[in-house]
Design a protein around this ligand. Sequence first.
Ligand code: AMP
Length: 302
Amino acid sequence: MSTIVAVGSLAFDSIETPFGHVEQALGGSANYFSLGASYFTKVQCISVVGEDFPDSHLQTLKDRGVDTRGIQRARGKTFHWAGRYGYDLHDAQTLNTCLNVFEHFNPEVPEEFRDSEFVFLGNVAPQLQLKVLGQIRRPKCVALDSMNFWISGQREALIEAIRRVDVVIINDGEARQLTQTHNIVEAARNVLAWGPKVLVVKRGEYGALLFDRGEMFSLPGLPLAEVKDPTGAGDSFAGGFLGYLASEEDTGNAALRRAVVYGCVVASFTVQDFGFASLMSQSRGAIEERYRKFVELTRFHV
Ligand code: AMP
């Protein structure tokens, strides 16, 4: 079992969906990723919070086995994101992004984390993603996630970061925006031509696509009777996906396919409630049970 070094945001989120809204809820890409991956392996988290961030939440992460020694506390306010989802709960419309303590963040990977072979470069500025990667001695599997904010604001820097990683995990809208191509297969070809071996395209309630060198795998979404808030689905998908690969220390095609299923399983728990309440209150048994539901859902005979 390998540990994962993960960089990402810790945030206060204000979210509106057609089914409710929350103000200043704890969130961020590092939060959702770490909680999702914690069902599979140990995460060593790199991030920054402000003076207003509650210690109790760092304790919540520690309680799930997350190593928080790489989380800096800086003077100023914690990162804040405000977003709104339409009736299809698919793409988030960003209403406001306040980088706050991320503006002057200089990530320091603790010495004890630097031998980790699995690395997750979560949704933060591309130059921060590269600063973290530069401090890892012998990375074996590096996955990167990003979003529209960085694609529109720092596209060239993001492509530079993508050239250095093995796996890119983005959603369909982001894949189109990043490659300026409408067709997803064509978009995947473009991303893989930049250097990564693997691309995962998340498709919200419709599941996910995996492009692994010449092979393609498609998983439908698990139809759920209750969906409240998709925030964190993407990052917790990445947590389940990379958490599984790191726990198996395997990045072959069969493992990648199973990892897509685990990613969708973890994300399916996240969307059932606002914030991370549902994500953090599962057990490995509940995850396995839902994994088997996917097996059932996709079983058919020739
Ligand atoms: P997702 O998993 O894609 O739904 O990501 C949701 C999380 O991303 C929220 O908790 C936000 O705090 C965080 N987020 C939104 N915009 C940014 C950004 N520009 N940089 C870093 N994190 C962000």
